[in-house]
Every structure is written in C-alpha cells, then in structure tokens.
Design a protein. Structure first.
Length: 178
C-alpha cells in the first residue's frame, strides 16, 4: 500500500436497495483501489458458485483477495446451521483482514442481506464498523440494509430499480449479470 494511502482516513460505505449494481459498484471500487496500489480483501456472503468476475479478480492477485463464504444455494427459508456456520467464518475472516494492517479496502459483499436473513445479527456488522482502523475503507453491500447500518455508514448509496429487463423474462447473462 502506498504511504499516502496509509495516512488517508477510511470511511464506511453502504451500497443497498433493490436496484442492480451494488456488488458491481463495490468491485469497481476494488479495481480503482488496486490500481492506486492498495490491497483489497473481499468477503462474499451468501454467494457460493463462481461468477465471471472471479477470473478478472484472480488476475489482480496479490493486490485483491477474494474469499467466499456462501454455500451456493438460495436461502428461501430460515438459514440452515451450515449457512450460519459459513457466514460466521466469513465474519471472522473479515475481522482478521480488517485488523491485519495489510488491506486499505475491505468489502463485505452481501453482508446486509446475510444479516437480514439471520445468518448473523446486524450488531456483528456494527461491531466490525467500530473495529475498523482509521486508514481502512469498509464497504458493505446488500439489499434491505438495516436502518442502524445506514446510520453508521459515512456514505449510503441506495440503488433503486426503475426498469429491469428481468421483468420481461430476460435471464441473467454471462459477463453482464453473472
């Protein structure tokens, strides 16, 4: 990480809402940070299968590290004990990365959804926000962010769906949505 990045104050950003683009915005920020010489740690909750961005992010190693803590299935009911255990491992990895001094940007992708689904309490995310070192930028993404997360964040962007071709039956397209 460049010296200037260490002295820069990091903030807490939250990308939420029902519109498309929360993870995409966070990954764009990861690309920008890596280009500026920062190291990035991405924890993905819920997601368990591969996505097209995985190959691009792999090319950015060691500047960008991605760890996935989902089981690859859509959680339609109460989360299973395996879902909860995976999410808790993700929280531990996020905390370790946040406190390691190695990363200038830590992204908790779909963490707001994980909290909403009961994989862990929102208080765990607020605790991570409180632990965040001064120089680390923390980004949390996911639909339905709890009001306390919105209050705690320094920047909140709410993606709002105005129109989406999915409503006309268009399936997720490789390289665009997945």
């Amino acid at each position: 990480m460049p010296l200037g990045a260490r002295r820069m104050k990091g903030y807490i950003q939250l990308y939420t809402g029902d519109g498309k683009g929360k993870t995409t915005a966070a990954l764009g920020l990861a690309l920008r940070a890596a280009g500026a010489g920062m190291r990035v740690f991405i924890v993905q909750f819920i997601k368990g299968r591969g996505y097209s961005e995985d190959r691009a992010l792999a090319r950015l190693r060691p500047a960008v590290t991605v760890r996935r803590f989902g089981r690859g299935c859509f959680i339609r009911r109460a989360p299973s004990p395996a879902d909860v255990a995976a999410a808790r491992k993700g929280l531990k990895a996020a905390e370790a990365a946040l406190l390691s001094g190695k990363y200038g940007l830590v992204i908790l992708d779909e963490a707001a959804v994980a909290a909403r689904l009961g994989l862990f309490p929102v208080s765990d995310l607020l605790r991570l926000a409180d632990l965040k070192p001064r120089a680390v930028e923390l980004v949390i993404t996911g639909r339905g962010a709890h009001p306390s997360l919105k209050r705690r964040a320094d920047l909140v962007t709410e993606m709002r769906e105005v129109k989406h071709y999915f409503r006309r039956g268009v399936k997720a397209r490789r390289g665009i949505e997945c």
